[in-house]
Design a protein around this ligand. Structure first.
Ligand code: GAR
Length: 223
């Protein structure tokens, strides 16, 4: 990545509507991310993310997780598709499967995930509902290097939103999603540029070890 002369190839893994995928497609088209999306792979059929990929002339592939009796078999199939495409970077964008350590090892330091909470709080599902139920005043989203833990792995950046007294799950989810669409393309761009690296399971930003995750719009410029 980055040091390479060629353009990075990004594979995006999805399971749903693909609004994050769309934000990445848009940033690639606007040349903010110097990369090519080589494929979009969904573990579910007939999700709108696949349609978004086709509309952007990106190869859209289904590797249906539910037809495999074991995770290892699903991962073998997924790996088979990825090997055809030879991506440099894997981006999980609303991909609702946890990948094994063996799988992650194939792409160590090259797999990102986004999650709609201020990690390490609220891993898993229904994050907005749970943040509201817990009476949180701040909520948000996080980008991290993926690990074999559910929504685990070294954190890169978080974006916060204030929780309003008038918020319900939908209004809060919408504001968090808007932040996701800002920070995920940015972190992907930085990974492509080599501005972010994973070394010994620690995140380096501009060659400095991150002592805590970056905060959206408060990041230090390292040029
Ligand atoms: C996003 O909110 C993303 O953060 C979340 O799924 C949604 C997908 O939306 N991912 C997770 O919860 C991962 N644990 P999208 O399909 O519109 O991008």
């Amino acid at each position: 990545m980055a040091e390479q002369a060629s353009v990075n190839r990004i594979a995006v893994l999805v399971s749903g509507g693909g609004s994050n995928l769309q934000s990445i497609i848009d940033k690639v088209h606007e040349s903010d991310i110097a990369a090519e999306i080589c494929c979009v792979i969904s573990n579910r059929k007939e999700v709108y993310a696949l349609e978004r990929a086709r509309k952007a002339n990106i190869s859209a592939v289904v590797v249906e997780s539910r037809i495999y009796a074991e995770r290892s078999l699903f991962e073998q199939a997924l790996l088979g598709e990825l090997k055809k495409q030879q991506p440099d970077i894997i981006v999980m964008a609303g991909f609702m499967r946890v990948l094994s350590a063996e799988f992650i090892a194939h792409y160590s330091g090259r797999i990102l995930n986004i999650h709609p909470s201020l990690l390490p709080d609220f891993t898993g599902l229904h994050t907005h509902q749970r943040a509201l139920a817990a009476g949180r005043k701040r909520h948000g989203c996080s980008v991290h290097f993926a690990s074999a833990e559910l929504d685990g792995g070294p954190l890169i950046m978080r974006a916060e939103v204030a929780v309003l007294d008038t918020d319900n799950e939908e209004t809060l989810a919408l504001r968090v999603l808007q932040q996701e669409h800002e920070i995920y393309p940015l972190c992907i761009q930085w990974l492509c540029e080599g501005k972010i690296k994973l070394r010994n399971n620690e995140v380096f930003y501009c060659n400095e070890k991150l002592l805590e995750p970056l905060t959206w719009q408060n990041e230090i410029d390292c040029k």
